[in-house]
Write a new protein. Structure first.
Length: 148
């Protein structure tokens, strides 16, 4: 696909969904393909199906970018393993060490990142309510949060 087309990511995602979307053991985000299985034997069957579908669609994979048979994988800010899904530890560290927001833009950035992991934070809506209200009260992006 040519570079520079504004709809290229959406078109490529649609193509990948058409090629691999029928498999319930596959998750796709653009050119990142996650194949998960319960056993090594099942994983080999799954990989065979995925590789055949990619080949039949006339697509190729970059072998040096493929990681096969891992016990855990970090994917889109989450860690997947036999134990389940958890937030990426590096992202948790970023949130934990985030400086106190000083402007509406800072606050919006923090809420966006924290909100991405809301399913790991019990009662996230209740806990973030005051910050959401504070953000709404800011009229300008550069308005100081402390001024409110």
């Amino acid at each position: 696909m040519p570079f520079g087309l504004s709809n290229a990511p959406a078109s490529f995602q649609r193509l990948m969904d058409l090629v691999l979307g029928r498999f319930d053991f596959v998750r796709i985000y653009l050119d990142d393909i996650l194949v998960f299985s319960r056993s090594q034997e099942e994983h080999l069957r799954h990989l065979t199906l995925v590789f055949n579908a990619i080949r039949e669609a006339g697509l190729t994979l970059a072998g040096d970018k493929c990681f096969i048979g891992l016990d855990s994988v970090t994917y889109l800010g989450h860690c997947f393993s036999a134990a389940g899904m958890s937030p990426d530890k590096a992202k948790v560290q970023v949130i934990s060490s985030w400086p106190i927001p000083r402007t509406a833009t800072d606050l919006r950035s923090f809420l966006g990142l924290a909100g991405y992991y809301r399913h790991f934070i019990p009662h996230f809506a209740d806990r973030s309510k005051v910050l959401q209200q504070l953000q709404t009260a800011c009229n300008k992006d550069d308005e100081k949060v402390a001024d409110l």
